[in-house]
Design a protein around this ligand. Structure first.
Ligand code: PLP
Length: 466
């Protein structure tokens, strides 16, 4: 009963919107934010507060004040911002997958300065916005033609819709994958209007399975890179060259969804072999698609390369208009593909992903030690050590593989490890690590050059009163 009376008293004391607008803490916002918007935030937070009180949460007016100030702050500050990946997953979707390559920030800036050239020629006539990227993709992959849409899911949808709407597409049961974030081959197939003909079993599919399923309604043979899982043991997949031969025999196009789509042979550098786009084209796949923001390190996009007749048909599909990318994506993709024309020793320094995958273990260790050294002054507040560990590639690329790395392991003594991890995520440059038992691990494979300094500064702020 006492609680109820207290609650009633607080409800009665909730200040009016006008009173709140006079809080000195809101003065700065009152000068800049449109009055109606400011009042609607306040109203909405008051309603929230009232609801929470009624449902029995123990709150006081100080909480209301805090929540209003925090809400306005969050609303006008960017959520999408530069952040530090100390998780150690190279292609982390939550952190924007691949980091862009060196020099891309300049491109983004230049395109954002004013109007930008997107699809207009020297005579002032409307031009083909895909022309330049088509040219780059031809040279890089050896394909007859290339273009791109919003992401690889969109690319798959568009390819199937263009080539196989209302017809059958044959695919192995071992390749009916789901990629994180609800991309599932059977669902994309259904949305495209194509009819899926599954063949083989989960672990083994033979050429004769494909051949046996071919009929007058067959419009394509689809191969999907398994990306984020491996079937091991008693297995069989039909290699692309056999599918291509079969396709030729029956005059049926072969579609190859590569997922991450490497343009560089990583196996040369001791990394596991990832299927390369050039190889698919050379083998004779009619249409090949892959993500722009996985191993390519470009913007979110789905790149399609292959035979000109299919690419031209796709460009004319009305879906293409719905799936097309904006000017920033065009500019960043162009610059990323231009960089990929360069010699590998240049790429090694500049390319967003190459850089991280091939980062020498000694450099990772040096960087981790540098960070640990800067944090040494906090050794009364946490145990600090540098340890060997493994990073993941992620993003459905070489993803069952693990890379050796070094981590700074931090075991706080004056606060909970989860609170420390959260404080780092809330820093003005958010820092993401991984918590294992009661230790925070900062993985230096994915921490970029000089970011250890930012990490140390974050600790200065977080630990100053702890
Ligand atoms: C990642 C992936 C996709 C989805 O690509 P998005 O660019 O995320 O849409 C599709 N197929 C395969 C095989 C993949 O690995």
């Amino acid at each position: 009963m006492k609680e109820k009376a207290k609650q009633k008293e607080i409800l009665r004391q909730i200040p009016s919107v006008d009173k709140i607008l006079n809080w000195p803490e809101l003065n700065e916002y009152l000068q800049t934010i449109e009055h109606t918007h400011l009042t609607s935030i306040i109203r909405y937070k008051i309603d929230d507060f009232r609801q929470n009180l009624i449902t029995g949460k123990k709150l006081n007016l100080h909480h209301l004040k805090q929540s209003i100030i925090q809400e306005i702050g969050e609303l006008i500050n960017p959520y999408f911002c530069y952040a530090i990946n100390a998780i150690g997953i190279v292609l982390h979707t939550g952190l924007g997958r691949a980091p862009f390559s060196q020099g891309i920030d300049d491109i983004v800036y230049i395109v954002s300065k004013g109007y930008s050239r997107l699809q207009i020629d020297e005579q002032g006539r409307r031009a083909d916005r895909y022309k330049k990227i088509n040219q780059l993709l031809q040279i890089l992959t050896g394909a007859e033609a290339g273009f791109f849409v919003n992401n690889n899911a969109a690319a798959t949808l568009l390819i199937l819709n263009t080539i196989a709407k209302g017809k059958e597409v044959i695919v192995s049961r071992g390749q009916l994958i789901e990629i994180g974030g609800s991309f599932r081959i059977p669902e994309i197939m259904a949305q495209s209007g194509a009819i899926m003909r599954e063949v083989g079993t989960t672990n083994r599919t033979h050429l004769r399975d494909y051949e046996g399923a071919i009929n007058d309604e067959t419009a394509a043979l689809l191969r999907v890179h398994q990306s984020n899982y491996r079937i091991s043991g008693f297995t069989k997949e039909v290699p692309l060259h056999e599918l291509v031969e079969l396709g030729k025999k029956y005059k049926i196009p072969v579609i190859d969804d590569l997922g991450s789509g490497a343009l560089i042979d990583f196996s040369k550098y001791g990394l596991p072999k990832e299927p390369m786009v050039q190889e698919s084209i050379e083998t004779g796949a009619d249409v090949v698609c892959f993500s722009g923001d996985k191993l390519i390190a470009g913007p979110q996009s789905g790149i399609i390369v292959g035979k000109k007749e299919y690419i031209e048909k796709m460009k004319k599909n009305p879906l293409t208009r719905a799936l097309r990318c904006d000017k920033l994506t065009n500019a960043v993709l162009e610059a990323t593909l231009q960089l990929l024309l360069m010699k590998e020793e240049i790429l090694m320094k500049k390319h967003g992903v190459f850089n991280i995958l091939l980062k020498p273990l000694v450099d990772i260790k040096t960087q981790a030690k540098k960070c640990a050294h800067m944090l040494h002054k906090y050794s009364t507040k946490m145990d600090i050590s540098v340890k060997e560990a493994v990073s993941e590639i992620g993003g459905g690329s070489l993803s069952t593989e693990q890379l050796p790395t070094f981590v700074v392991a931090l075991k706080p003594k004056t606060m909970k490890v989860d609170d420390l991890a959260r404080s780092l995520r809330q820093y003005h440059i958010p820092i993401f690590g991984r918590v294992s038992e009661d230790t925070l691990l900062l993985d230096f494979r994915t921490v970029l050059k000089n970011e250890e300094k930012i990490i140390a500064e974050a600790f200065d702020e977080i630990l100053k009163n702890k």
